[in-house]
Design a protein around this ligand. Structure first.
Ligand code: PLP
Length: 432
């Protein structure tokens, strides 16, 4: 057999190595960051913005760690426990007890190598083939578009049961998604309900009432409601709608330090029933022995003092709210007024979600044309995974008419990028 013959792929390898949307996105982002940083107008990836006040804070925290050699040496030189650092888990539990009266202890907290890994463990914990090898459980996504990063996480058979939202037209140019509760049935093979809040890509924030209804539905059906709080309240605080953070025994909440400006530390936080938190830790032990503990070490005092709330409310939220407003102004300025473009109401996260109704080309084609002009966005198709044929599947025109545009980069990048977007969209519509 020649050395370069391909080895047969397992189902696991097939799922995790196909050219997934997330891989393409991270590749484009990585390439642009390393080779074409000056050339590429990056409105594609989900990298957080560099907020000067937060960067200063992280540098100070690093300096404090360096100044305490015993702590610093332990952080670098010792494996953490698979569940996470005891001090950090206590700090997380204490913070939520004090600020929100949640009845949790450190045993309800499991740390992972980022929220992405938390979701990999959780989705495969509740979705997939059952031990009898005959039946399977699926994950209900009550509203797509949903986060591209979940799409290929299944290690076995595809497991999503996704639903189309209803669309509210707020004004001529602004729309908002809602869960279509009229049609939201929970089949018997559903193992969990999952949502991101705010949602990447649309920035939609499910209202407290929607979350309450989902929570009741999950409780009735005896399945967990998994809420991905990568951007939300109380931290990192990239959320522009007033919402109440919620936890209950049947809710699994995931948080992350990434969007506070620490994506490099890979720190995810799972708050769940004790047995679920213990299972996540067991998975960490198998997959990676332990977690990166640098982020935990530098963030623990901020949770202990409650300072993290002030950072979220006074620094992180205003930074992104202002970026969102000025990106929206650039859209108004550069997208042709005679074309039917719309923007999802900006409610959080880092993105504007644009809808070009009746666009004559797919948004993948629009992406390619923009990339040829050194401008990166993310085509919307990737975010509509798991839609059954009864939900319009691939044929739902809306799923080919949206793009995600990240506004974390500089004003100059956005000005130039959105101007090019306006030109390419005008060209595409003229091909009708
Ligand atoms: N969930 C959502 C909705 C995200 O947008 C992201 C990252 O962009 C993640 C989870 C994962 O983030 P991390 O693994 O850095 O915590």
């Amino acid at each position: 057999m020649p050395d370069n013959a391909s080895y047969p792929k397992t189902k696991f390898a097939e799922n995790l190595t196909r050219r997934s949307g997330i891989l393409e996105l991270m590749d484009d982002l990585g390439e642009a960051m390393t080779t074409g940083r000056d050339k590429m107008l990056m409105m594609g990836g989900g990298n957080p913005g560099h907020i000067p006040a937060m960067q200063t804070l992280w540098r100070e925290r690093f300096a404090e760690l360096l100044a305490t050699p015993d702590v610093f040496d332990a952080v670098l030189g010792d494996y953490d426990q698979p569940a996470g650092s005891p001090r950090f888990r206590e700090a997380v539990a204490g913070f939520f007890q004090r600020e929100f009266d949640w009845p949790i202890t450190a045993k309800n907290v499991a740390i992972t190598n980022g929220g992405q890994t938390a979701f990999f463990c959780l989705l495969n914990r509740f979705g997939g083939r059952m031990p009898d090898e005959k039946s399977r459980r699926r994950i209900l996504l009550p509203l797509v578009p949903e986060y591209i990063g979940y799409a290929d996480q299944s290690v076995g058979a595809d497991f999503f049961d996704s639903r189309r939202p209803s669309i509210e037209h707020i004004d001529e140019r602004t729309f908002k998604y809602h869960i279509d509760f009229e049609k939201l049935t929970v089949a018997d093979d559903i193992g969990a309900i999952a949502v991101s809040r705010p949602t990447n890509p649309s920035s939609n924030v499910l209202t407290d009432e929607e979350i309450q209804r989902l929570s009741e539905l999950a409780r009735e059906k005896g399945v967990p409601l998994i809420i991905d709080n990568a951007y939300g309240a109380p931290f990192p605080g990239v959320i522009f709608e007033p919402v109440t953070p919620i936890w209950d025994e049947h809710i699994v909440l995931t948080l992350s330090l990434s969007k506070l400006g620490l994506p490099g530390t890979r720190t995810g936080i799972v708050i769940a029933r004790e047995d679920i938190a213990a299972e996540v830790s067991a998975m960490t032990a198998v997959i990676s022995l332990a977690n990166n503990n640098v982020g935990q070490a530098i963030a623990a005092p901020l949770l202990e003092s409650g300072e993290i709330l002030r950072l979220a409310n006074d620094i992180v939220r205003p930074f992104y709210a202002e970026k969102s407003t000025s990106a929206r102004a650039l859209i108004e300025q550069h997208l042709p007024a005679d074309l039917p473009w719309r923007v999802h109401k900006s409610e959080g996260a880092f993105f504007l979600w644009l809808w070009f109704e009746g666009l004559p080309i797919t948004t993948r084609e629009l992406y390619r044309r923009l990339r040829d002009r050194h401008t990166l966005i993310v085509p919307g198709e990737y975010f509509f995974f798991g839609l059954a044929d009864s939900e319009g599947g691939e044929d739902w025109p809306h799923s080919h008419e949206c793009i995600r545009l990240s506004y974390t980069q500089s004003q100059e990048t956005l000005e130039r990028g959105i101007a090019i977007l306006g030109e390419e969209v005008a060209k595409a519509y003229s091909e009708r």
